[in-house]
Design a protein around this ligand. Structure first.
Ligand code: NDP
Length: 255
């Protein structure tokens, strides 16, 4: 039998949906949630891209299902999530996100729309679709992946910054509406994490060294540094945490 401590952090018997589960932070969260006992619904743009994550989950001995959609497009989300109520999702992680780097004066409106659709509009739509059955069952967890650019302006990423500020806002708005009905909504704001998203920064010697100089723990983060925080927010231990944006940033925001 599980000890009290084990049961506080266990996701046994739960089903977790993770968007952007093909690589980086999303893949690591999906794998960590499977290790904590959950079956996983992997959301991605193609079956092939989700292959490695699915194999890892199978090796852990948990079940996985796949939903294919490009979250930039509202109709693709509504089509892919049509049967979501029957899947019985207990935990939804809105992780899929994209970044586009250009000075504000050169940012095209097409790029602006792509980033806002992908990083913000999908978060609201998927939260709403998943929350319907969570609210009926009186229990659920929604975890959004925010950013340090939910608090700061960033450099040459105006659409990304706008989207992530809004992700923090919608996290609190949904938390206020759904908390009393058993569905908590929180976000993780990762610091500078070594994934494809930050490839350009790590390859720019000036940006890389100025970023590193500001991180009190003195290194870039890894997806593994975040995964247990997502498990925690999904677990019984976090049942009274609601509307929070938790920074996991090696101390960046404290500087
Ligand atoms: P990656 O580029 O490694 O992964 C991004 C994931 O999102 C991939 O699975 C990708 O799928 C998916 N994705 C992107 N666009 C779409 C789309 N239109 N439809 C469906 N899936 C999509 O980056 P990270 O793991 O770093 O990023 C994950 C999240 O963390 C993002 O929301 C990002 O903004 C956030 N974040 C990252 C930080 C970092 O330092 N790395 C810092 C702060 C926040 P595909 O394989 O199809 O491309």
């Amino acid at each position: 039998m599980a000890t009290w401590l084990e049961s506080q952090f266990s996701l046994n018997g739960k089903k977790a949906l993770v968007t952007g589960a093909s690589k980086g932070i999303g893949a690591e969260i999906a794998i960590a949630m499977a290790k904590a006992g959950a079956d996983i619904v992997l959301v991605g743009r193609s079956k092939e891209s989700l292959n490695d994550t699915q194999i890892a989950i199978n090796e852990i001995g948990k079940k996985s299902e796949i939903l294919i959609c490009d979250v930039e497009f509202r109709t693709q989300i509504s089509d892919a999530f049509e049967g979501i109520a029957q899947l019985g999702v207990d935990i939804a992680v809105n992780n899929a996100g994209s970044i586009s780097r250009s000075p504000a004066i050169e940012t095209t409106l097409e790029d602006w729309d792509r980033i806002i659709n992908t990083n913000l509009n999908s978060v609201f739509q998927i939260s709403q679709l998943c929350a319907k059955s969570m609210l009926e069952r009186g229990q659920g967890r929604i975890i959004n992946i925010a950013s340090l650019l939910s608090f700061q302006g960033g450099i040459n990423v105006p659409a990304y910054t706008a989207s992530k500020h809004a992700v923090a806002g919608v996290t609190k708005a949904l938390a206020n509406e759904w908390g009393a009905k058993g569905v908590t909504v929180n976000a993780i704001a990762p610091g500078y994490i070594s994934t494809d998203n930050t490839h350009a920064l790590r390859n720019d010697p000036d940006r890389n060294s100025s970023i590193l100089a500001r991180i009190p723990v003195g290194r870039w983060g890894t997806p593994q540094d975040l995964a247990a925080t997502a498990v925690f927010l999904a677990s019984p231990a976090a049942s009274y945490i609601n509307g929070e944006i938790i920074t996991v940033d090696g101390g960046w925001m404290g500087r």
